[in-house]
Design a binder for this molecule. Sequence first.
Ligand SMILES: [Zn+2]
Length: 685
Amino acid sequence: MKNNLSKTNVIMLASLMGLGMMFSCNTKTMKKVEPAINSANMDTTVNPGDDFFRYANGNWMKNNPIPAEYSIFGSFEALKEENNKQLRGIMEDALADKNAKVGSLTQKIADFYATGMDSAAIEKTGIKAIQTELDKIDGIKTTADLIKLVGYLHTSGINSLFNFGSGQDDKNSEKVIAQLYQGGLGLPDRDYYTSNDKRSQEIRKEYVNHVGNTFALAGATKDQAEKNATVVMAIETQLAQASSTRLELRDPIKNYNKTDLAGLKKVAAQFDWDAYFATVGLKATNEINIGQPKFFAEMAKMTTTVPIDNWKLYLKWHVLHGASPYLSSAFVKEQFGFYSMMLSGIKEMKPRWKRVLNTTSYSLGEAVGQIYVEKYFPATSKKRMLELVNNLKDALKSRIEKLTWMGEATKKEAMAKLATMNIKVGYPDKWIDYSTLNITKDSYYQNIMASSRFDFARDLNKIGKPVDRLDWGMTPQTVNAYYSPNMNEIVFPAAILQPPFFFPDGDDAVNYGAIGVVIGHEMTHGFDDQGRLYDKVGNLRNWWTKDDSTNFAKQTQVLVQEFNAFKMLDSLHVNGELTLGENIADIGGLTVAYVALQKASEGKDANTKIDGFTADQRFFLAYAQVWRGNTRDKELMRRLKEDVHSPKEARVNGQVYNIPAFYKAFNIKTTDKRYKPDSERPVIW
Ligand SMILES: [Zn+2]
């Protein structure tokens, strides 16, 4: 339901796909303190030179089969489950606080959560919850009405036709401008509409069924519902055909097409932009970036060629689609059946409290975040983390100095970029002010709409103004991290600063191997195939000599081929180009964190063992266990198509055999299955 366009230029450590899927686990078994490296989680019958992923994680994977509510389950998901319990405590404390003043954060959290948990009221209201939106759509008579309604839906966080929001100007990062981005599809990627492989055909068929079923639940006859679904599918297919591929979307230069209102009217002539911007309330229209001009040209044309009655069905579908998770159980189940079961292979819906918890924690992100960090984030973690980040910065600096493939002029720019890279740890210094957001005891859906409108207005208000450097693109309670190329900053929310990512009392080896690599990964994003196109102030500007660009492409091509060859599920392969940025960040993160560990360990005996492993072994084992986990086949197929991150297994087995120190740490022999001669190991950062 949220327009998160302003966050599109944020590069995450791990995909947030499927974040909505939670499970409950046994508190007692999860609570016991484990050693940072627990050999019981490993499978020592596997030769580390053949399959390090399974050597390090084999028993954990056997002992942690994917819960029915999940499509993927590993370190991230297990930690999210732990966080869920803490967040549930926050919700319940808010509910129990009888002295909470109207308008206070406690009142807002309590009422939001309570209306979501009131399943009786939600069942009773049924589809009436979205009657206002449906009636408005029924009232559309002309193209002008259609455009106004799309604007209205956008202000309410309901996706349709395209995306609109704020974002830093790629060539003047000090300033926030209006951004238009392709969108309007119900399936997660344009390729599902255009590919002819068996799985895509099957997904299309099931999608049309799902759209039809949803119309039937909303009151259409079976016959009419089927016809409606065909209409929706035809419109979306046309939009998909004009949409850029994921690979094209990774190219910042292709997606930077700044113009003014007159320029936009030329690109997408048939769409009444004056009416649209007036509806959403945008005043500063002198600078607009059209992410994908081809898409907007086609979309605009379609508003005059597709019959109005067809558009009405399309918009109704998107209102139903956006609202389904918050409507009566028939809608919730229907949507779960397609998006979770069919697309991801999930077996069971998670309990209501987890779904409502997620929505509350997302909608009132920094309100919940404030309480979360106060209760659960120790100040000492922030201090240790900042030390680690600074050591990683030093290590990357020394790597850049020593690079043989890069010339002095480019090195100077790279080091200036690294030196100015900003660091955010834990939580924002300035919280979002929720005082104008009205949350009541009346209706779950209305609370969600109020929160979406609040977010939209906040986002809109940024356009035409200088960027607010105190803004965060993730909430503190998110188990993830990111790099922002426009801000040139790395951000680590409080929730990821816990085992098995960060061990507050752990030795250097495990901390550098886990969170150290995460830090190095995010830093390297500033220098991956996309990040390297931005300079130290976050502007899209070429600071590379021609030779160095060529050398960079040569080195990264080795990585592309390596991952292209990585086989999953017998016949599917990782897409080396789509995942290149993430793979560069992983190899960079490993390399730099290892250098930093060597510096931190100066004067210490490298052969001292903890839990039976040397420091170097613990470093690589800690890295591998960050990516431990099992994935359902359907989810894996989906991610191979949609995710810019490589699968967990590839993030380990595709990387450690590139690192010279790994060979020494585990005594890897030339006869081992994954042994790679020196000449085949890429050296990037
Ligand atoms: Zn990343």
